[in-house]
Design a protein around this ligand. Structure first.
Ligand code: ZN
Ligand code: FE
Length: 259
């Protein structure tokens, strides 16, 4: 399975999943129809499915139009979002198996950014995981419909995937996220090295995806609530902050909102 990031809107990524042998294809998070259909035509692909991670317009904005353009196309999404993911045909629950372009995958229910958010995991050829707006490179999504504890649980589910799993997230936010991570853990060499690499990539206009689960464990402050340096930084600024993981996570999330 070949994976091609398709830049959409201002900083979103859709991802084309392609079987190069037979030109079957699917798209993860179709925020706009026209650029996705143009890419499908340019590559001579047959688009068979849309996989939606969550109901925000910048992830599903193109569903209806693509479904009209390609009658019979399958639209996979969260069972919890039956009313919110347009054109949904295949509602999925946590852990449910799925099949697109001849590949078996699995839906992971990871609520908190939204109450119905899904990730899509494919072991074959990867492993690969599509994380929408829950896990970005070096940060997590905002808590629109969930608590810090719920987001920690969802992130823990993703962190339990093999370290080599490639992480394909919903937005190109990596450079800004790593600046925040570096500010919290200035002595973390993995963060400093990745920030330098990402700055160079962005200067050339290249995407910073994919990350990996292993890399996220080393560089993402939202997977590092146990880090002594992170806790030291927070306690210097907020001496009253309780020394427990949920409090540290919630404060990190709050700081990022204003960084
Ligand atoms: Zn979103
Ligand atoms: Fe988004």
């Amino acid at each position: 399975m070949e994976i091609v990031p398709v830049p959409l809107l201002s900083d979103n990524y859709g991802y084309l999943l392609i079987d190069p042998d037979n030109k079957r294809a699917a798209i993860v998070d179709c925020s706009e129809a026209a650029p996705v259909l143009a890419e499908v035509t340019r590559r001579g692909l047959r688009l068979e499915a849309i996989l939606s991670t969550h109901h925000h317009y910048d992830h599903i904005g193109g569903n209806e139009e693509v479904a009209r353009a390609i009658p019979g196309i399958r639209v996979l999404g969260s069972r919890a979002d039956l009313q919110r993911v347009p054109a949904l045909t295949d509602p999925l629950a946590d852990g449910e198996e799925l099949e697109v372009i001849g590949r078996r995958g699995r839906a992971l229910f990871i609520p908190a950014h939204t109450s119905g958010h899904l990730a899509y995991f494919f072991a074959q050829d990867g492993p690969d995981v599509f994380t929408g707006d829950t896990l970005f490179a070096a940060r997590c999504g905002r808590l629109f419909e969930g608590s810090p504890a719920q987001m920690m649980q969802s992130l823990a589910k993703l962190a339990a995937l093999p370290d080599a799993t490639r992480v394909w997230c919903g937005h190109e936010y990596t450079e800004k996220n790593l600046r925040f991570a570096h500010h919290l853990e200035p002595a973390n060499a993995d963060i400093a090295a990745k920030l330098a690499r990402v700055e160079a990539q962005r200067k050339e206009g290249r995407p910073t995806v994919p990350s990996t689960i292993g890399e996220e464990k080393r560089t993402n402050p939202f997977l590092r609530s146990e880090s002594a340096e992170l806790r030291r930084t927070l306690h210097e600024r907020f001496p009253e902050l309780p020394n427990d993981a949920v409090a540290v996570f919630a404060k990190t999330r709050e700081l990022k909102d204003n960084f």
